[in-house]
Each structure stands twice: as C-alpha cells, then as structure tokens.
Design a protein around this ligand. Sequence first.
Ligand SMILES: Cc1ncc(COP(=O)(O)O)c(C=O)c1O
Length: 370
Amino acid sequence: MEGVPFVDLYPQYSELKNDIDAALEQVLKNSWFIGGKPVFEFENALAASVGTTLAVGVANATSALWLTLKALGIGPGDEVITTPLTAFPTAEAIMLNGANVVFADIEEETFQISPAEIERKISPRTKAILPVHLYGIPVNLPRIQEIATQRNLPVVEDCAQAQGAEILGKRVGSMGVAGCFSFFPSKNLGCWGDGGAVCTNVESIARFVRMFANHGRLEKFTHEIPGANERLDALHASVLRIKLTKLDEWNAKRRVIADYYSEKLSKIEEVRTPKTYENTTPVWHLYVIRAKDRDKLAKHLKEKGIGTGLHYPLPLHLQPAMGGEQRRGELPVVEKATQEILSLPMYPHLPLEGAKRVVQEIENFYVHKS
Ligand SMILES: Cc1ncc(COP(=O)(O)O)c(C=O)c1O
C-alpha cells in the first residue's frame, strides 16, 4: 500500500451501490423531493437507533443546534457553556440565537470538556450546557448531568461527531434534553451533501424544531411563527436510511483501527494517544494524537503520502469572531493541546495495512529518525 488518504468515502457507496441506486431511483420516480416518506422513514429509524421517541431531520447540525437552543427559549443576555475545542458551528449556534458563548476548558487526556470547569463557569445567566462528544469520544456526561440537574439546567448534546457512541449502553443523543447530529459527508453517518437531525424525548422541542425549520408551519398553509427553510431533503434521507443499517458495523471497524493505533503508538515516547472514559463506547470519528514536533511530523507524513488533519488549529476563543489573540491565556489546557494535536487517517474502510503504514512512518520519524 503506497499513500494513505486521510479519509476515503467512495468505498461506502461501492458497498451499498445496489440499494442506494434503487432508493434514489424511487425518489426520482416519485419526484417528491422535499419531506415526504423517505424523510419520515429515516426519522423513525434514526430515533430507534439513537433511543429517543422523536427525531426531526434538518438541513445540517448547525441548524439542529441553533433550533434546539431556540426551542429552549435561549436568547440575548443568556449564556450557554460549551467547549473551546470543537467545530465553529457549535459556538455559532449559540450566537445565532443572540446568546453569549462561555467556554469551559478541556481535560488534557480525553480532549473533552471538563465538568469541573463547567461548574466553575456557571453564572446566574447560564441557561444551558452544550457538551460535544468530540472525535466520537463520549464526554463525561453522567457528571455533567449531575451538575446540570443540581441547577435545573438543560443539557444539549452535540453529537455531530459521535453517531452511535454509547455511555453505559445508552446512545449519545438520548441522555440530554436533545441530541444534535450532523450528516456532513465524512461524518460516521454521512449523506451526499449537508444534513442533520435533532433527536429528543421532549415533544415541545421536536414540534418547535419541525415547525421553525419549515417556515414556521406544521400544516401546509398555516404559518404559526416566522421560521426558516432548514429542512432535510428526501434524496439525502433515502441515502441515510440505507447507510444507517451499516453504522454499527462501520463504527466497529473504526474501533479496530483505533485500537491498533493506540496499542502501537502508546509505545512511542513522543506520542500521547487519546484516552476515553470508563463504561463508554467511542466511535472514533477522528483519531487524534498529541505529538512532539507536530508540524514536522505532519510534514514527514505528507512527504510519505499520508494524509493528516488538524481538529482544530485554533481553540474557538482565539478565532477572530470570538475575540481573537487578545484572549490567549484564558484557557491554557486547550491552548497547549491545539499546538500538539494531529488527526491520523481514520475511516471504516481503511485497511489495516494502511494503519500499519501510518504507524511505521511515525516510528520512522521518532524512533529511527529517517
Ligand atoms: C462538533 C460539531 N458540531 C457541529 C457541526 C456542524 O455540523 P454541520 O456541518 O452539519 O452544520 C460540526 C461539523 O463539522 C461538528 O463537528
């Protein structure tokens, strides 16, 4: 095996080509492209998979988060606590509602938001906690729920990177008041464009999200509130319905690769492998190490044809939209982590040979210094 791409999505289609082609043809035959049966069928299958009573398909996870927070009545003057190590949309969804983002620093070993830091950041203006199951590693939700329950605060789970992950046998997205999912193509359950969903047991949240995402209506010509167009398309839903049947198998394949990386790389002194919490089943959307001389290692791997990524190069509080460099020093753990993290190739169809090549080249860089 020569080069190893960071991600390769085509094998997902090859594996399911016949079923996907037939499902797409059915949508084309019906020519009903917005909402309808494929969307409802997928929503039902998704709710069953996540373990909630309700699921609402939306345009992407940014909409899912934005509308869930809106459904909770979060607006100007309110604060929502989240992690600074996440994709920008997590914070953006809070700001889209006019609320303030409050960052709680991460835990060094797991990269996940620290419950102790959440507790420290709670103020009378705090209206929700928004933990992210980052990289597909479930956060310490039991402890976060405890903190939230004591203060009567809702927990909204950002599950964009963690479809299928579990805590004590329960799927992420089923334990907070709502779980928000992304079907961005490279996610563990990805469609062929943008897609997302809100999973919840709370009828009023599902109702509000469904209504707002469809121009403020539940009936065709009755608009109860001004909303927006944030719907999931039928073509995407029909692909997702089929790919959902493979989710567990593909997540198990990711775990085999992650276990291999962890076993081999933990022997290299200059590398720290990611840790997970007890009684959780991660789904390794990304496999992220901390590496000495990270940039030089990334360059070495690139020269050898191995793709890597940075998730994320900047903690969110240092983004220009959030205050920028003048805030450096506020969140020391994440600021140090972002200088050392490196995402290695990870996708369900990555052959073990590919993972072996990655390990070999990391060993060559540190151990054999080639
Ligand atoms: C943790 C997290 N939250 C939210 C999002 C937003 O997802 P989408 O692209 O579907 O809007 C992403 C996507 O990258 C993400 O990784």
